[in-house]
Design a binder for this molecule. Sequence first.
Ligand code: FES
Ligand code: MG
Length: 571
Amino acid sequence: MEQKKLRSTEWFGRSGKDGFIYRAWMKKQGIADHEFDGRPIIGICNTWSELTPCNSHFRELAEHVKRGVYEAGGFPVEFPVLSLGETLMKPTAMLFRNLASMDVEEAIRANPIDGVVLLCGCDKTTPSLVMGACSVDLPTIVVSGGPMLTGRHKGRSISTSDIWRFSEANRTGEMDDMEMSLAEAGMCRSDGHCAVMGTASTMACMVEALGISLPGSAAIPAPDAARKIMAQRSGYQIVQMVKENRKLSDILTREAFENSIMVNAAIGGSTNFVIHLLAIAGRIGVELTLDDMDKLSANIPLLVNLQPSGQYFMEDLYYAGGLPAVMKELLPRLHIGCLTANGKTIAENYDKVVCYDTNIVSPLNAPFNPLSGVVVLKGNLCANGAVIKPSAASANLLQHTGKAMVFEDIDDYKQRIDDPELEVDEHSILVLKNVGPKGYPGMPEVGNMGLPAKLLAKGVTDMIRISDGRMSGTGFGTVVLHVSPEAADGGVFSVVEDGDMIVLDVPGRSLRLEVSDEVISQRILNKRIELPKADRGYVQLYQQHVQGAHLGADLDFLRGSSGSKVTRDSH
Ligand code: FES
Ligand code: MG
């Protein structure tokens, strides 16, 4: 790769007034003259925040990255960006993913940065940082924060996936408030992100499979010393990447995206993967569609036995050999020549890996579950597509015809779901509208809405649920998500009515509303869409520009890249 003049020399390599200003204010941080000698400046993009508990250890982690940067002869500068905490932000952290990506993009481009380390952990912190960095396209490496230790409650392992079980048990009275409070304390026992194959772990695996983090980094638990060493090694590596001018676009090829889709199928990754990967592809300029997701994952079985599709936890995956054990099994299917952050190919990185526990990572010829990945559904109910994760669904519901029970929005759902008079039985299909990108706004994780109390009392544990929203990566059930066009766009999904028959056929990849085209057109003509519209600020911008879920729900004007060219001086 060509040697390139470092962009930071446009600041610190200058003489006269401008160079004086650029260096003098940096020197007040105790930086010596010789550090401005043209060594690579590495921006450490930190999502530490006390409001993002999953990333609470990132100030310490950044110090380990810095060790590696210094060791390789670089000059680290840590800077904060908008940090999206999944659990606290209302109405949903997803509403702000694109905003955070703008922060990241502009912060990188405007500053004297030659290479970037992205410190990512909680769900949205990974895609927002990667999206922003792609729109600049400098040498970039991701350091994920690692999963938290497995939770413990009453002598058994628990995780985020139990939240839904606990809350149903609490609603039926099987678990009292006192026990709920004990479970709360046992769930999150250490630093790190959610301990199952939820969205955060899925994102950590995604960046490793794409080749933009070091091999082996995805599954190391946050409190493990190996996580700190991985941070240091990544700091060392980014300096080499700058020297060799190995940019994101050199790594993020169409083949790299295909690899990550296959890996996501094998690990039983979150449905949120679909939306984030499409958005990232849009930024780096790789052609990728929802149909690619379906086609590429169709023949990949589920190899990893982790919740919510299986039994175990991220900690167990690490002890079994981590993502490398999965990559090794998948090598015959992957594009093994893809370049990765360390300058080596996928084949070179993973060929010699050993799996230590085939209960956790099964071999390709004896998979844990032949069903995997994310299936893309098409049909009149979702002209642009919808998704379902069959490995987290009930096998007996994958082909099913049922009567719709429709909730016009989340408030309607909350008001009526536990009504004993609600006309539903276990064969009904629950439909929740207006939880899409524009409609909610922000596309929250409410798609795996709880079942009606009267059916829970009867012992029903799953029903088909359909919405234009998302589901937590830790969630499970026969849940159809990301229906596009969303209800707020006024299409077929917006006019489903109580009692309409819906046909779900996952093997046939279809989702149909059994209502004639004439009746549907008439209903659409009569439909009045009343969106809660923001009258100012970012949310207004978001509602005006957000694209459909099938395109990754990015803002239309953010697709693509503006490059890393240094702009005019500030003085
Ligand atoms: Fe942060 Fe699950 S809430 S990763
Ligand atoms: Mg989530």
